[in-house]
Design a protein around this ligand. Structure first.
Ligand code: F6P
Length: 328
């Protein structure tokens, strides 16, 4: 271990995700283990600007590993996008004696960290926390596995009612720019069609596929659509379009929304959070900065923070092919 940092700050930022509490716990406990003080920063960068800090000991994170949300709360800070806001944040951190920062969040939060690091040479380590799984340099972001299972279980329930009424359901899942939840929950729940932002196959293809499955004897169907899909129609317009072209189907829409961001994290997310938190603290203590910790081939890895934001995370096209075969 290099020069010992006296105090580390930890915060959650951007959209919350299940497992953030487990990650806070891990950071705080790792700090206690290495005899480094730990300070929690409320509401992400906004709390940093407002000096909303709380000292954290190993005991302040008791009984949170299984809880959804984040005890430090989260925010998207407009003020941190300004030079004045960042100056205020820097002044508050130095006044507190905080010498390094662990940011748990997604690409927006990491962008803030990169800018802050460049401006003040302030050590920052990122832990990828978002249900969207759209961060380069990690096979899994924190909360993705939980959200995936939440979405899949919800689609399973919708299937029960879809088949009872011979209906076609459009289920919208989260994923502003990425189709990881839609593709994986869709395959896991046996959806007939999956629409994702990464691949626009066109509306005709969807109609053809639904007609084919109708001809093959299916009386109910489920189409899973990522909120950011590129068909040019929102989920309600898509449902109308299909109803007009296939009057034999009674169509319903279900938007799962923010329920996918809540709930108790899966074991996978809790273990991942524990591993990432420890590594983040060890990197800071080792004098490292501007890195994101992630999971690659089941090993904890590090990626340059800028690369994590800008790198292209590829969706598994093979899974799309499998999904196609499953609709036979
Ligand atoms: O956390 C990412 C995400 O779930 C996106 O998929 C979604 O578009 C967005 O958050 C919505 O978040 P909010 O309602 O907090 O703006």
């Amino acid at each position: 271990m290099g020069k010992k940092l006296k105090k580390i700050g930890v915060m959650t930022s951007g959209g919350d995700s299940p497992g953030m509490n487990a990650a806070i716990r891990s950071v705080v406990r790792a700090c206690a283990y290495y005899r480094t003080e730990c300070v929690g920063i409320y509401r992400g960068y906004q709390g940093m600007i407002e000096g909303d800090f709380v000292p954290m000991s190993a005991r302040s994170v008791n009984n949170i590993i299984h809880k959804g949300g984040t005890i430090l709360q989260s925010a998207r800070s407009k003020d941190f996008r300004t030079k004045e806001g960042r100056k205020k944040a820097y002044d508050n951190l130095t006044e507190q004696g905080i010498e390094g920062l662990v940011v748990i969040g997604g690409d927006g939060s990491f962008t803030g960290g990169v800018v802050f690091n460049k401006e003040y040479n302030f050590p920052v380590i990122g832990i990828p926390g978002t249900i969207d799984n759209d961060i380069f340099g990690t096979s899994h972001t924190l909360g993705y596995d939980t959200a995936l299972n939440t979405a899949m279980e919800a689609i399973d329930k919708i299937r029960d009612t879809a088949s009872s009424h011979n209906r076609l359901f459009f289920v919208e899942v989260m994923g502003r720019d990425a189709g990881f939840i839609a593709l994986n929950a869709g395959v896991g729940a046996g959806a007939e069609e999956i629409l994702i932002p990464e691949e626009d196959l066109g509306l005709n293809r969807m109609l053809e596929s639904l007609k084919k499955s109708r001809r093959s004897g299916k009386s109910s169907s489920i189409v899973v659509i990522a909120e950011g899909d590129k068909s040019g129609k929102n989920v309600y317009e898509l449902a109308d379009y299909v109803e007009q072209n296939m009057p034999e189907y009674e169509v319903r829409v279900s938007v799962l929304g923010h329920m996918q961001r809540g709930g108790s994290p899966t074991c996978f997310d809790r273990v991942l959070a524990s591993r990432l938190g420890v590594k983040a603290v060890e990197l800071l203590i080792d004098g490292k900065s501007n890195l994101m910790v992630g999971l690659e081939n089941d090993k904890i890895s590090t990626t340059n923070l800028e690369k994590a934001i800008k790198g292209q995370c590829e969706i598994d096209m093979e899974l799309l092919r499998v999904s196609d075969i499953m609709t036979t």
